[in-house]
Design a protein around this ligand. Structure first.
Ligand code: DCP
Ligand code: MG
Length: 455
């Protein structure tokens, strides 16, 4: 799949609704439109770094002895049988993920969009696209101007975050009926443990067993499985508007995982996919077969993770309030104009963070602001307060100062990005407000990713 000399830039079709596309044609357009941009240059740099990592890994592999391999094999086998003994198939975990979330909300408000290829965002960046648009290769994190080349009839609707937040709140009310401790992962995604609910409803009369809310225009995919890792894969399987239930028995889990591409697993991104690919590993069953080698080449955390995946194991316990260590949400924005806009965005992130903190009755002491500059270099600035805070104003008071310091640091001239159509962007393209709960424990991270394709 890594054709073309810059595979990182190639269409990422690891997304529902993007199967069977003409990748070569789409990639040609993406490459031609991106070449020379800072984004492209940075991707090129990252690609070279990954290639070097792979070279080092292959060199290391060449020096592995039979003895090392059999020792590692014994270690893997021991761990496999320990993990097998701990396999828990008793929980029913649901992963819910809205279909084309922002696009679905916009379509609810403008039904004419239903049959048109459409995306939400701007000419500089798209946040998502509907399933029609995906057939053209148009997807989230792609600049709108490239999307327009792939699909000239694409309708681009500007982002309206307040609206998505309101829909999300409605949906979360429904989740709470099934699992009051559900774990929201982003506005459109959550894990629920419905085991207790299923137990309770056994005693309910038939009429009560249908939810009071009937379907609306917003499609939803659900994945039901014995653990979180599998449920996440299952919800993606029958997208859009589908459900997939993986039965709670060991054989079904093993069969399910066999031919599953590693990239389908949450946490395995394009870099890991490429490194594993270099070792001939593309499916989860390959992972299982090569565990000894992986134990020698990867860190302990990584190979333990791989082993869990290859056995179809995942978390069966959704972290409850208070034990919660981290939450994050990702938003893609295109343009940020003036300074005021950066500050108001910063405040918005603080507001999101405050809402989530308050929902879980948590507070944080350290506010971290993460910034990415035009050259895609990441900076993190943090400030620890004497006592824990939780409100928007408290968080913003700190985040604002951190942001201001960074903006002042690039003076006299604020860094400017050029964009298509002579749009001018200020420097930070990525904002991350993170709050820590107790010492060094991350409880909340707000990722705000803004790509810049300043052609
Ligand atoms: N989002 C974003 N930037 C990204 C990815 C997503 O701003 N790089 C936003 C827009 C999406 C929402 O988050 O509508 C949910 O993300 P998903 O990855 O679940 O994507 P969708 O819900 O749009 O599509 P799918 O049907 O594949 O779930
Ligand atoms: Mg979704």
């Amino acid at each position: 799949r890594d054709r073309g000399f810059l595979s990182r830039m190639a269409l990422n079709d690891n997304k529902a609704g993007m199967e069977g596309l003409n990748r070569d044609k789409i990639n040609k357009i993406i490459m031609e439109s991106s070449k020379g941009s800072r984004f492209y240059e940075n991707e090129l740099k990252k690609e070279q770094q990954v290639n070097q990592r792979i070279e080092r890994m292959m060199l290391q592999k060449a020096h592995i002895t039979e003895q090392q391999l059999s020792k590692a094999q014994a270690q893997v086998e021991k761990m496999t049988s320990d993990l097998e003994r701990g396999r828990d198939l008793s929980r029913v975990i649901v992963h819910v993920d809205m279909d084309a979330f922002y696009a679905a909300v916009e379509t609810r408000d403008c039904p004419d969009l239903m049959d048109k290829p459409m995306a939400v965002g701007s000419m500089s960046m798209l946040s998502t696209s509907n399933y029609h648009a995906r057939k053209f290769g148009v997807r989230a994190a792609m600049p709108g101007f490239i999307a327009k080349k792939l699909c000239p009839n694409l309708v681009i609707v500007p982002i309206n975050f307040d609206k998505y937040r309101a829909v999300s709140a409605e949906v979360r009310e429904v989740f709470a009926d099934y699992d009051p401790h559900f774990l929201p992962m982003s506005l459109d995604e959550a894990y629920l443990d419905i085991s207790d609910h299923l137990e309770q409803r056994r005693g309910w009369p038939e009429a009560l067993r249908t939810h009071r809310l009937h379907t609306n225009n917003t499609g939803t995919a659900r994945g039901i499985a014995p653990n979180m890792m599998l449920a996440k894969v299952c919800s993606d399987k029958n997208k859009p508007n589908g459900q997939y239930r993986l039965p709670s028995n060991r054989q079904a889990v093993i069969d399910f995982i066999q031919d599953l591409p590693v990239r389908k697993i949450s946490g395995i991104g394009k870099v890991t996919e490429k490194m594993l690919g270099a070792l001939g590993i593309t499916s989860c069953s390959h992972l299982g077969q090569e565990m000894a080698l992986l134990a020698l080449l990867f860190s302990e955390t990584s190979w333990h993770h791989f082993l869990h995946i290859s056995m179809g194991l995942g978390s069966t316990h959704i972290e409850r309030d208070g034990e919660r260590k981290s939450m994050s949400t990702e938003r893609t924005f295109g343009e940020m104009g003036a300074l005021e806009e950066q500050f108001s965005l910063c405040r918005e992130l603080c507001q999101d963070l405050a809402q989530d903190l308050q929902k879980e009755a948590l507070k944080g002491k350290t506010v971290t602001l993460k910034l990415k500059n035009v050259n895609f270099e990441v900076k993190t600035r943090a400030w620890t307060l004497p006592c824990a805070v939780a409100t928007t104003e408290e968080l913003f008071a700190v985040a604002k100062d951190l942001l201001k310091t960074e903006i002042d640091n690039v003076s006299p001239q604020p860094l400017r990005l050029r964009l298509m159509g002579n749009l001018t962007l200020p420097s930070p393209v990525c904002l991350n407000v993170v709050s820590h709960w107790q010492e060094n424990t991350l409880i909340s991270a707000f990722k705000h990713v803004v790509h810049n394709n300043n052609i």
